[in-house]
Design a protein around this ligand. Structure first.
Ligand code: ADP
Ligand code: MG
Length: 713
């Protein structure tokens, strides 16, 4: 009682009881509290409440020792202690005990907490024993079992599901095994009331999906009466988890729509129309039309656009960017078009010039290697407004450029472009420009919804018509000679080829050996002077890299030997073959990005994945997926399923993915439902002022306080 009184949270009473430090729970105290904190990160009542069981066991089901088989995983038996003794010394010192039931004898072993366990054990007493079984010298045993004095179940009693908690060896050795944790949790429910776990989802939504109330769900996660109750509790918490993420994301997105001022591209003017009717060399795909419409809608109303555009390699994002920039120009605004590398920027610049022909739009190219005099001209032109579009590398534009009227920023090939970087661009104009981020890294829908839910989001899931499919095959290294012969036949037809090598990282040192050997090997296969070979890798001086790349782009060299540096965006339509060496060492999305470098022209293209004989099962699975589909979104879904969300490029830092019970891979139904409800709720009540949303609002403001605090500390 004294302890309780000393705890300020308890004195103030009310909603804070869950933030009470764990030592104030009856049965814990300072020593155990220390262990719980160190071993399980359980600091408060609420941490214990959210320390969910791994599974439940039915305590009324007691097995027989004779039924333990080599493939038995865990078992619960009731055995009478025959003896216990300490054997060995030093490191191999252990406590060994034997128990017997009517069917056989079981050995129990402890390596840790020996003195503590010894005190518990009394020969002749019957214990309920639970644990993972193994065999030692042909005899069954359990190492570090959970053990307590056996109380026979009442005959005909109801099944009793007992939670099994994740614990650690150290905790078990100190007597805080799963069963003890269950006792503490039961104690916790004695000390708190249902009203301490207030509802946070509006009633109508609970009704609609038949969701268990929050307080009940927490209780039934730990102590369900039957498996069905547990499942319903789990479903409720999964929905809640997704729902809260989606509400937050929607609040950020819609509040920005409502309150952030943006420049308005009110009219569709001369440049846009001229281009659309007379200059466009093809008709737009349905997806392109849809996205352009979305952008027009976004930018037309005086609120700032923040749009992520995802389109698979070759889906035609550049034209969408261009038409958006023409829209800006029509309304008297400038645009900047940024790409990550100098090569890409040059290609974009040349591409735009070719498309725009004689249209009266001034486009400038600005990179690190722009000559000083030219740079000065461009900077002046941007400042006085005579240049409408500048194409450049991120670094250059961020550092030195000032605009007269910046209205639109397009960022190509970088979905990782962070909020901070965007904010820096906003500073370049009084009213923040619209931002369009384009990426060719397909991201599964569920992942995008979660990781980028605060952005507006468009997908181009359609390739322009008439594309030749890329034939992707898997070959063993042994077949290398025939692969080279094939490449030679393509080059003889006037085409170009890539050979890609992985980089091996050894203790922070990147190893280029394979690449250099590969270069020699390729050279020896194509010895005639008519074959010219470029090589590019990340450690090369930038200038040399550019030169070598440029020679390949212009067709001066027929073969490009490279690491993954060519991964992003490069467009050489005449290249029709890509050989990926040691393909087992690449991830799925990387393979897909690489493959996107071929199949860009009208000729049939090929991607050959070479592997050694040591490829793992998973690597072979990745390669098989590559040979089966060319759809980036399918590849991305498989990648997500194989690796889980935490590993997908560019989403790692997203806090939205740190879900505890829900999984965006396995619970997408709940995610979809949560998204729909969150969107509807936020659209109706952006300030969360309606009475029905009061609890939600309180919940979120408490959580927000928490996050803000953790950021400060
Ligand atoms: P990405 O989305 O990978 O950036 P690009 O914008 O580079 O794709 O377009 C790839 C190629 O497809 C370019 O050569 C482009 O001219 C062409 N293209 C784009 N849209 C269409 C279309 N609607 N019909 C035919 N070809 C198109
Ligand atoms: Mg592109």
């Amino acid at each position: 009682m004294q302890q309780l009184i000393n705890n300020p949270n308890v004195i103030s009473g009310g909603p804070n009881i869950l933030s009470t430090p764990i030592e104030y729970l009856k049965g814990v105290g300072p020593v155990r509290a220390d262990l719980l904190k160190k071993e399980l990160e359980i600091h408060t009542f609420s941490d214990l409440l959210e320390h969910f069981p791994l599974r439940h066991i039915d305590k009324t089901i007691v097995g027989l020792i004779k039924d333990i088989r080599p493939d038995t995983d865990t078992i619960q038996v009731a055995g009478t202690l025959l003896f216990s003794e300490i054997v060995g010394a030093g490191r191999s010192k252990r406590l060994v005990a034997q128990v017997r039931d009517r069917s056989g004898i079981l050995e129990l072993t402890w390596f840790q907490g020996i003195s503590w366990v010894t005190k518990l054990l009394e020969p002749g007493t019957t214990y309920l024993i639970f644990g993972k079984t193994s065999f030692f010298n042909g005899k069954p045993q359990i190492v570090h079992p959970e053990i307590e004095v056996f109380v026979p179940a009442v005959a005909g009693g109801k099944p009793h599901l007992e939670p099994v908690y994740p614990s650690t060896e150290k905790l078990k050795a100190r007597g805080l095994n799963g069963r003890q944790l269950a006792k503490l949790t039961a104690q916790l429910f004695q000390q708190i009331r249902s009203s301490d776990i207030p509802e946070n989802i509006p009633e109508a939504i609970l009704q609609k999906y038949q969701l268990t109330s929050r307080a009940t769900a927490f209780r039934q996660m730990h102590f369900p009466a039957n498996p069905d109750e547990f499942k319903k509790a789990l479903d409720r918490l999964k929905f809640e988890e997704f729902f809260m993420v989606q509400v937050r994301m929607n609040l950020v997105r819609l509040r920005r729509h409502r309150y952030s001022k943006g420049v308005a591209f009110e009219k569709v003017g001369e440049l846009f129309n001229q281009f659309f009717h007379h200059y466009l060399p093809f008709s737009l795909t349905g997806a392109q039309k849809r996205v352009i419409k979305e952008i027009r809608n976004d930018t037309g109303h005086g609120r700032q656009m923040n749009r992520l555009l995802q389109g698979d390699v070759g889906s035609g994002k550049t034209i969408v960017a261009l038409m958006s920039m023409l829209l800006a120009a029509d309304n008297g605004f400038q645009s900047c078009f940024m790409a990550p590398t100098e090569i890409l920027v040059q290609q974009h610049h040349a591409g735009l010039q070719k498309l725009l022909k004689d249209l009266p739009v001034k486009v400038a190219l600005l990179t690190g290697s722009t000559k000083a005099a030219r740079r000065k001209e461009i900077l002046e032109g941007l400042l006085d407004g005579s240049i409408q579009i500048v194409v450049g590398t991120h670094a250059v534009i961020e550092e030195r450029v000032k605009f007269s009227r910046l209205g639109l920023v397009v960022i190509d090939e970088q979905h990782r472009f962070g909020v901070e970087q965007r904010a820096r661009l906003w500073e370049k104009a009084d009213i923040p420009p619209h931002v369009l981020v384009m990426t060719a890294t397909p991201i599964p829908r569920t992942l995008a919804m979660t990781a980028f839910g605060d952005l507006d989001y468009s997908v181009m899931d359609e390739l322009p018509p008439g594309r030749q499919p890329i034939l992707t095959v898997h070959r063993n290294e042994m077949a290398r000679a025939s692969v080279y012969d094939f490449v030679r036949s393509e080059i003889d037809k006037g085409r170009q080829a890539y050979f890609i090598y992985p980089l091996i990282e050894e203790s922070n040192k990147v190893n280029y050996e394979d690449l250099l050997q590969g270069y020699e090997q390729v050279k020896s296969f194509f010895p005639e002077p008519k074959f010219r070979i470029s090589m590019v890798h990340g450690k090369m001086p930038a200038e040399q890299k550019e030169t070598n790349m440029q020679r390949f782009v212009t067709g001066d060299t027929q073969v490009m030997v490279s690491t993954t540096v060519i991964e992003v965006g490069v467009d050489v339509p005449n290249a029709t073959v890509m050989v990926i060496e040691s393909a087992e060492k690449f991830g799925l999305s990387q393979l897909h990005q690489l493959r996107g470098r071929v199949g860009r022209g009208s000729e049939k293209s090929f991607c050959i994945l070479l592997t050694g004989s040591k490829a793992s099962k998973e690597a072979l699975e990745r390669i098989q997926i590559m040979t089966q589909t060319q759809d980036g979104f399918v590849v991305a879904e498989k990648d997500l399923a194989m690796r889980g969300p935490g590993e997908i490029e560019g989403t790692r830092q997203s806090g939205a993915l740190n879900t505890r019970v829900a999984s965006i891979v396995h619970d997408r139904d709940w995610l979809e439902k949560a998204k729909i409800e969150a969107e509807e709720l936020v659209a109706e009540d952006l300030t969360l002022e309606l009475a029905k949303n009061l609890m939600l609002r309180q919940y979120l403001s408490l959580r927000e306080g928490k996050t803000a605090w953790s950021r400060i500390s």
